[in-house]
Design a binder for this molecule. Structure first.
Ligand code: PLP
Length: 376
C-alpha cells in the first residue's frame, strides 16, 4: 500500500476535497470490505454459537494485537473501545478520588475530557486548568503545565494534540514532569493515532485513549485504550466488581459490547497504517501541512491560529480569515469548492487536516479556494 493507492481506495475523494480527518476520516475500501465480510461471517457462523463466538474472539485478538503493534505495547495492556471518550471515562471515573486530590487539565480541551472533568468537579474534585497559548512552543507548554503541578495532583488529563489549534504537546516531557510529583498522566489521543508515530512504552504514559475513526480512517465507534501494566490496579471497572463476571483482564473495563464489524474494520485500518509506516504517514501529513501553511501565510487577511511549524505543529492547520465568521467560511468552502473542513471555537478558527489520503492537489485546491474567499 502506498499513499496514492490509499487515496484511490477512498470513494469520497472522487467527488470532493475531504480535509476533515480530525473529525472522521473516510474509510478505504479495504476497511469497508472487512466490515462487510465480518458481518456476513458473524451471521453465517451464528453470532453466539461456537463458530460465531470463536470468530468474534479472533477478531478482537487481531484488533488488540494490531493496536499494540502500532503503539509498541503488549496486547494484554490494550482494550479495544468505542473511541477516545470511552477510554477517558474508564480512567477518570475508575480512579479512587480522595478529598484534597487535584485533577490538572488545560484550557484547550475537547468535551471528551471537559465533560467527565465537569462531573468530577461537581462531585468535589478540585480542578486546575493550565492556560496554554494556542501556538505555544514546547518550552511554553511545559512551563504552563508545570505551573499547575504539585504533590496534590493525582492525575493530569490533557490532549496530546489539541483539536482546536493543532498544538502538539511534548508528551514525554509532560509525563516526566508529572511523575516527578507522583502524578499520573492520562493523554487524550483522539487526534494522534494514525497521524503521528508513537511509542507508549517509551513515553512512559500511564493511560492513553485513542480513536479509530479519525486519522486511522477506521469505523466510527472504534478506538483503543492503553493502561500501563503497573497502573491497572489503580483503576476500578465502572460497571462490575473487579474479578467478577465472565470477562477477565482489561476486558472487564469495557463499558459496552462492540460489534465484530467495528473491530474488524478497526484492525484493518490499523494494519493499513502500519503497512504505510507511521513515520512515513507523519512525514507525509506534516509535509502537506507545512506546504499549506507556507502558502496561506502569504494570503492577505488569513492568519494561522496554531503553531506554524516546529515540534508543536502537526498536520492540523487552523486559520482565521478577516471579515468571516469561521462557520460561514467552512460552509462557503463546501458550497463553492466542495472542500470539507470544520470550524472550531475557543479560539475560533477554520480547521483543515492533511491526512494520509490527501495530496498536493488537495493543498493547491484549498489554497486557491481560501484565497478566493478571503478576497471577497
Ligand atoms: C481531542 C479530542 N478528544 C476526544 C474526542 C472524542 O473522540 P471519540 O469520538 O473517539 O470519543 C475528539 C473528537 O473529535 C477530540 O478531538
Amino acid at each position: 500500500m502506498d499513499f496514492a493507492s490509499l487515496r484511490d481506495s477512498i470513494a469520497c475523494m472522487e467527488s470532493m476535497t475531504y480535509m476533515n480527518a480530525g473529525w472522521a476520516g473516510p474509510s478505504p475500501s479495504q476497511v469497508v470490505e472487512r466490515m462487510r465480510d465480518a458481518g456476513e461471517r458473524e451471521s453465517a457462523g451464528g453470532p453466539a454459537g461456537p463458530e460465531g463466538r470463536a470468530f468474534a474472539a479472533a477478531v478482537e485478538e487481531e484488533a488488540r494485537t494490531e493496536a499494540a503493534g502500532l503503539y509498541n505495547v503488549d496486547p494484554a495492556d490494550v482494550l479495544i473501545t468505542h473511541g477516545t471518550s470511552e477510554g477517558v471515562a474508564i480512567a477518570l471515573f475508575g480512579l479512587d478520588w480522595q478529598p484534597g486530590d487535584v485533577l490538572l487539565t488545560t484550557d484547550l480541551e475537547h468535551p471528551g475530557i471537559d465533560s467527565p472533568v465537569a462531573v468530577l468537579e461537581e462531585r468535589g474534585v478540585e480542578i486546575r486548568r493550565a492556560s496554554i497559548p494556542p501556538d505555544a512552543s514546547a518550552d511554553a507548554c511545559i512551563e504552563a503545565f508545570r505551573s499547575g503541578l504539585d504533590s496534590r495532583v493525582k492525575v493530569a488529563a490533557l490532549s496530546h494534540i489539541m483539536f482546536t489549534t493543532g498544538l502538539r504537546v511534548p508528551a514525554e516531557e509532560i509525563v516526566a514532569a508529572a511523575h516527578e510529583v507522583d502524578a499520573l498522566v492520562l493523554l487524550d489521543g483522539a487526534q494522534t493515532g494514525g497521524h503521528i508515530a508513537m511509542d507508549f512504552a517509551a513515553m512512559g504514559v500511564d493511560f492513553y485513549a485513542t480513536s479509530g475513526q479519525k486519522w486511522l480512517m477506521g469505523p466510527t465507534g472504534s478506538g483503543a485504550f492503553y493502561v500501563r501494566p503497573d497502573r491497572r490496579e489503580l483503576l476500578k471497572p465502572l460497571l462490575r466488581l473487579s474479578g467478577t463476571g465472565f470477562r477477565s483482564g482489561l476486558a472487564q473495563y469495557s463499558l459496552a459490547s462492540q460489534g465484530v464489524a467495528e473491530r474488524a474494520g478497526y484492525a484493518e485500518a490499523v494494519r493499513i497504517n502500519r503497512e504505510l509506516g507511521p513515520e512515513r504517514v507523519e512525514e507525509h501529513t506534516h509535509r502537506l501541512a507545512s506546504a499549506l501553511r507556507a502558502e496561506l501565510s502569504g494570503i492577505g487577511g488569513v492568519s494561522i491560529t496554531g503553531p506554524a511549524d516546529g515540534p508543536t505543529a502537526c498536520a492540523i492547520t487552523v486559520i482565521s480569515v478577516e471579515g468571516w465568521e469561521a462557520p460561514a467560511f467552512v460552509e462557503a468552502l463546501w458550497e463553492t469548492h466542495r472542500i470539507v473542513a470544520r470550524h472550531v471555537a475557543h479560539p475560533p478558527g477554520v480547521r483543515i487536516c492533511t491526512a494520509a489520503f490527501n495530496n498536493e492537489s488537495d493543498v493547491e485546491r484549498a489554497v486557491a479556494a481560501i484565497a478566493e474567499l478571503a478576497g471577497r
